[in-house]
Structures are given as structure tokens and as C-alpha cells.
Design a binder for this molecule. Structure first.
Ligand SMILES: NC(=O)c1ccc[n+]([C@@H]2O[C@H](COP(=O)([O-])OP(=O)(O)OC[C@H]3O[C@@H](n4cnc5c(N)ncnc54)[C@H](O)[C@@H]3O)[C@@H](O)[C@H]2O)c1
Length: 410
């Protein structure tokens, strides 16, 4: 088997993780180039993967001049850059793994979809980073629902609750993650995974959505300083204290190192005074063309990261928690739940990350292989999540039919 030559575009948290996974799978993989606009990211990635400066680039377009030197690109850059980079790679004929969310807006997603469609004749493989489709927990849930464990599917209730670190580091202290304009919306950026899962379970196009959300708690506070390190009086009891989340301080190496997306001068910002303009709560309702309804909410205040769901059907309900690793089926005619826990798995995102990388490498090696997540799934998730953001802004129901027609170019 020929060595697969991968270019990593975006040598941040996710890019490095995906590169590390790729070189540890059973396929022969070489990291052939690193691209990042930050030279410090290139140098630390270069050290990690043994890549010389001659294969480190600050502009991804350098790679497009020699497309034959790369078998694929992994695009793990800030969301607002995805459209341009993805379209340019596809147009250059280089297969891609495009991290979620595929873009920031429905129009941008439609452009990527159009580029993929135009490349269909040459069969350029494209995969989207909905790794949860590869997590044993979610595969098990999907299998139960598809095999009729709940009878006919009627409705889905789903919650994503963030840990203090996910909220404070990701959506307060990170520079690009904390801005609506850069991510397209909190629910869209964070929960496009969940919307994809709901789409997958519903098994039908989403017809319409509505949503409410606001930023009402994490507002600027004059009684608190700008930083935990400025002698904040509430720091000792604060769940988001930089000292609690990063006991070794602003370090870039070791087990407690800062995530790449937090710049050095933001690691200790107050979660109230940090300047983030994202929602701090959001709820959405979705109706599918087959009549299935769904209710989804995202919240920043849990003590751990958890996704909880209740899937209701004509014969039974399924209750699950990915944090607990539990799935219970509660038949309507019995008080005794059937324990249907999924298999335990090792690896990031509940075992999803190694498997999603395997699927991508398989796809690059075998043009007849069909991955469980396609560009259409990326676009459908964007239609629903992008529609939810529009509905929240307009405070009205958004019909996805016309947006879908336009996005698919029909
Ligand atoms: N599938 C998942 O479970 C999962 C998990 C985490 C992040 N992600 C996604 O991965 C992507 C990256 O997230 P992250 O957490 O690694 O962020 P990050 O900030 O740690 O890394 C992004 C990197 O991209 C670089 N970059 C920005 N613009 C660039 C450009 N034009 N060219 C080259 N490099 C550029 C930045 O300098 C940075 O190093 C996002 O789309 C995010 O949503 C997916």
C-alpha cells in the first residue's frame, strides 16, 4: 500500500490531534506538510511530527501549486476560513477532511457543496468531521432506533451541557471561538454535532425550525476585575477560575497545557468581562418532513460535559447519557427499564476520533468505500443549525425548504 501523504491545515488543537491519530493508525501515513498562519504553531507542530521548515507554510495556497505532492488535506482551521480553503482544495483536486461545522453560514456551506458537486466526475473524496457518528455510544443509539426498539419514532429531546472548561476556555477565553461573527453562532459551532445526530436519527430532511436564546447571565460586571489574576474577590469560589482550570498557569507543554485556541494574554480573562458575544443559553425546536419533532437545548452550566437524550416512540422511550455511558429502553407496557448500554471505547470523543480517522484513511485508499458521514450530512446540519440561528435572530419560524432548494442549487 502506498504511503498516504497528508497536509494539515490549521496546526492548532484539533489539527495536531488528527495528525497524531493519522500517524498511529494501521495505514502508512506521512505528514507531508503543515500549514498555519501562526509561525509558533508551525514550529511546535514541526517539532512534534518531525517536519522541517521546508514543509511548513503560512499560506495554504503554496500547497495548491503542487497538488500532486499531497494525497489529502485535513482542514482544522478557524470556522470562518473553512469555505475558502475547502473550495480551493477541492478545485485543486485534493481530497479533504473538513472539520465541523463545515462553514459559518448556509451560503458558505452551499459554496462548498457546489465545489464538491463540480468535482464529482473526478471523484474527489470529501469527508466531514462529524466524528460522533463513529462513537460507539451514538452508533448504538442509532442501531436501536433503526431496529425499531422504540417502535415508530415520534420525538427526540436532546440537551448538551458544557463543562466549566468547555465554556470558559472555548467560548469565553478563546479569541475566535468567542465571537458570533467568527463561528456563526454558539449553537451552530458547538452543537452542529448534536443537530447532525438528531438529523441522523430522524432519518428525514428537517422541514422547519424555531429558536430562542440570549446572553443574560455572562454580562460585563463592573464589580469584578478583567482577570482572575487581578485579585478578583469571587475567584476562590468561581467554577471558571483560571487557577482551577489551569493549575500550571499559562504553559504550552505538559499535561495541563493551555489549549492552542487560548492566546497567552487571554488565559485568565473573567468569563463575565471577556467580551464574548455568544448566547449563554439557547433552545430550538425542529420538525422533520416525516413528522418527527425534536427539542434541543445547549447550556453552559454543568459540572461536566454531557449530552442527554430521550427518544420517544410508539412502543418505548430510550433515555441516554453519553457522560454516564448509559442507554435505557423503557417500554410503555413495563416499569422495568431494559439496560442497553453501549460498548465502552477508548479514544477522543468516546472512541469516535480513531474510528473517524480510520474511515477517512479507508476512503483515501478505496474509492468504493462509503463513509458514514458525507458532505450532504454536513450541508443538512448547516441548514438546520444555520436555520436555527436565523430563527433566533428573527424570532420566527424558519422554513428550510426554500433554503435547501437554494443550497442544493435546484
Ligand atoms: N470534530 C470535533 O469533535 C472537533 C473538536 C474540536 C474542534 N473541532 C473543529 O476543528 C477546527 C479547529 O478547531 P481548534 O479547536 O483546533 O482551533 P485552534 O484555534 O486550536 O486551531 C485552529 C488553527 O488554525 C490556524 N489558522 C487560522 N486561519 C488559518 C488559515 N487561513 N490558514 C492556516 N491556518 C489557519 C490557527 O492559527 C490555529 O492554529 C474548528 O472547525 C473546530 O470546530 C472539531
Amino acid at each position: 500500500m502506498n504511503t498516504i501523504r497528508l497536509a494539515i491545515i490549521g496546526v492548532g488543537n484539533r489539527g495536531k490531534h488528527m495528525a497524531d491519530l493519522a500517524v498511529h493508525r494501521e495505514w502508512p501515513v506521512e505528514i507531508a506538510a503543515l500549514v498555519d498562519t501562526r509561525v509558533s504553531a508551525l514550529r511546535s507542530g514541526g517539532k512534534l511530527f518531525g517536519i522541517g521548515k521546508n514543509r511548513q507554510f503560512t499560506d495554504y495556497r503554496e500547497l495548491l501549486k503542487h497538488p500532486g505532492d499531497y494525497d489529502a488535506g485535513i482542514i482544522a482551521t478557524d470556522v470562518y476560513t473553512h469555505k475558502e480553503i475547502a473550495c480551493d482544495f477541492i478545485e485543486a483536486g485534493i481530497p479533504i477532511f473538513l472539520e465541523k461545522p463545515i462553514t459559518r453560514t448556509i451560503d458558505e456551506a452551499a459554496s462548498v457543496f457546489k465545489a464538491v458537486q463540480a468535482s464529482k466526475a473526478s471523484g474527489i473524496p470529501v469527508m466531514v468531521g462529524f466524528n460522533l457518528r463513529y462513537a460507539p455510544f451514538y452508533r448504538h443509539l442509532k442501531k436501536l432506533v433503526s431496529s425499531g426498539a422504540v417502535g415508530e419514532l415520534i420525538s427526540i429531546e436532546w440537551k448538551e451541557i458544557l463543562s466549566p472548561a468547555a465554556w470558559a476556555d472555548g467560548y469565553c477565553r478563546a479569541s475566535w471561538y468567542s465571537k458570533q461573527d467568527y463561528v456563526g453562532g454558539w449553537l451552530l459551532e458547538k452543537s452542529c454535532h448534536d443537530i447532525d445526530q438528531i438529523n441522523w436519527l430522524a432519518g428525514s430532511p428537517c422541514a422547519r425550525v424555531a429558536s430562542f436564546g440570549s446572553r443574560n447571565h455572562f454580562l460585563p460586571r463592573k464589580d469584578l476585575p478583567m482577570r482572575c489574576t487581578d485579585g478578583c474577590p469571587e475567584e476562590p469560589g468561581c467554577y471558571f477560575s483560571c487557577f482551577k482550570l489551569h493549575p500550571d498557569g499559562p504553559v504550552r507543554e505538559g499535561p495541563n497545557k493551555l489549549p492552542d485556541y487560548i492566546p497567552d494574554n487571554r488565559w485568565d480573562l473573567c468569563v463575565y468581562n471577556c467580551g464574548s458575544d455568544l448566547m449563554d443559553r439557547q433552545a430550538a425546536i425542529l420538525e422533520y418532513e416525516n413528522g418527527v419533532t425534536a427539542a434541543f437545548s445547549i447550556l453552559p452550566l454543568g459540572n461536566h460535559w454531557e449530552r442527554k437524550m430521550r427518544i420517544c416512540g410508539t412502543k418505548a422511550n430510550i433515555c441516554g447519557s453519553d457522560f454516564l455511558g448509559e442507554i435505557h429502553i423503557i417500554p410503555h407496557n413495563s416499569d422495568t427499564p431494559v439496560i442497553a448500554d453501549p460498548p465502552k471505547a477508548e479514544g477522543g470523543h468516546g472512541g469516535a476520533d480513531p474510528s473517524v480517522m480510520d474511515a477517512f484513511l479507508h476512503l483515501l485508499s478505496d474509492p468504493y468505500f462509503s463513509p458514514d458521514v458525507t458532505i450532504e450530512d454536513g450541508l443538512e446540519s448547516m441548514l438546520a443549525a444555520g436555520g436555527i440561528e436565523l430563527a433566533r435572530e428573527k424570532r420566527s419560524v424558519v422554513e428550510l425548504g426554500p433554503l435547501r432548494k437554494k443550497a442544493y442549487g435546484k
